[in-house]
Design a protein around this ligand. Structure first.
Ligand SMILES: *Cc1c(COP(=O)(O)O)cnc(C)c1O
Length: 392
């Protein structure tokens, strides 16, 4: 197949993923479990490669669980899969039971669902929404009213229900924020999650799992190295001592840190226009390929790296090909591009294509090129179909 008819493509380099996993592991306590969050990039080849490095998988939907089970089906030793997410469907819970996955329960409704599905004896974590507000950077997902998990005050009751329903209470799950860049902020949240987890050590019948969350930050859609925190491992060893002393299994979750740097988006300059003093660079990729959260004021502020990129004085907008004013990749760019140039947006291996508005305006999905050992091993393209569910 030739890629030349495609103006845009995503490229994922799996060797970079291997290095990022090693880098994060070297900053976590010895013997802790690292779970990869498929939300960041659920491409089957990426997931399989990540799992081959000995990580577990954290999934939050039926679709992600299907990808995860397929990716690990050929492995001899079972790979730990943790099913998370609010509003679990019956199909998701059934598949979780079939896959012998660990389920992170968010509410007693989910326990009633399991009972109606006649599923018992599952390994269950209880997800807790911590009361403390923690970090200043990143996206906060806890400490405030939250659709995720149960409030701290209700956790004990839910744990008792888990046991009453005939399941194995295996431990707790906390996830306090995303994209945290400061070592102190990371330590601060792990102090809180450790303190909460330690309260429930005696409630578990088997080995206690303390899934302490993650939130390890990473640059997005612009240049920048994968961060590292020189004191993190040693400080985490200290912080988690109350759990380690009781032989709890520590688990950490990460999406963007593990795969953010592996991916780049290549796009073509299709047009350059001038309107009332503003220069518009029209790319072959817009919010259908990257940063579809623009409409929610989460503008990616993409920065391109390309041979032509330089600090020109006149600022310009990078826009996509969609017929909507929200299709902006960057409000301010300083390049000197011409039509036909290829631009590269780095650090989009996480929250790239599947976090975008792929179906909007029905452009084709860009090919996704998977590279390993300096070679392309496979190229895929997502197809959108409309299958008839109830034949006429
Ligand atoms: C989104 C999410 C993650 C992954 O977040 P990253 O910032 O990509 O590391 C992990 N766990 C839970 C519960 C999440 O919702």
């Amino acid at each position: 197949m030739t890629l030349s008819r495609f103006e845009s493509s995503y490229i994922y380099d799996l060797d970079v993923v291997t290095a990022s996993i090693q880098l994060l592991r070297s900053q976590l306590p010895q013997d802790s479990t690292l779970l990869y969050s498929l939300k960041a990039n659920p491409h089957p080849h990426v997931v399989e490669h990540v799992a081959n490095q000995g990580t577990g998988l954290e999934v939050s939907s039926e679709g992600e669980l299907q990808i995860a089970t397929t990716a690990v089906s050929h492995r001899e030793r079972p790979v730990e899969i943790v099913c998370t997410g609010p509003g679990k469907t019956n199909a998701y819970l059934q598949l979780a039971a079939d896959a012998h996955a660990i389920v992170s329960i968010e509410s007693s409704t989910e326990l009633s669902q399991l009972r109606r599905l006649k599923l018992s004896g599952l390994d269950i974590l209880v997800r807790i929404n911590a009361s403390a507000t923690t970090q200043r950077s990143g996206l906060q997902m806890t400490g405030t009213p939250s659709p995720f998990g149960v409030d701290e005050e209700k956790a004990e009751h839910l744990i008792r229900e888990v046991v009453d329903h005939g399941h194995n209470f295996r431990g707790v799950h906390l996830y306090m924020g995303s994209n945290i860049l400061s070592e102190d902020d990371l330590i601060n949240q792990f102090q809180i999650s450790t303190r909460i987890a330690a309260r429930y050590l005696d409630h578990s019948s088997g080995d206690f799992i303390a899934d302490l969350g993650g939130g390890f930050g990473h640059p997005f859609a612009g240049p920048g190295p994968t961060p590292s925190w020189p004191g993190l491992q040693e400080r985490l060893e200290d912080v988690t001592e109350p759990l380690k002393a009781r032989h709890a299994q520590l688990a950490f979750e990460s999406g963007r840190y593990l795969v953010g740097s592996c991916g780049s988006l290549q796009a073509t300059v299709l047009d350059i226009k001038e309107s009332k003093g503003q220069r518009f660079v029209v790319l072959s990729s817009g919010v259908n390929h990257l940063g579809g959260l623009t409409g929610l004021r989460r503008l990616p502020q993409a920065q391109v790296t390309s041979a032509q990129s330089h600090n020109a004085d006149d600022s310009e907008r990078l826009v996509g090909p969609l017929c909507t004013p929200v299709d902006v990749l960057s409000k301010k760019s300083h390049t000197q591009l011409t039509v036909g140039d290829i631009i590269v947006i780095p650090n989009v291996g996480a929250y790239g294509l599947t976090a975008s508005l792929g179906n909007f305006l029905s452009h084709p999905y860009p090919p996704e090129v998977i590279r390993l050992g300096g070679q392309t091993i496979v190229t895929t393209q997502t197809q959108v179909t409309h299958q008839e569910l109830i034949p006429a």
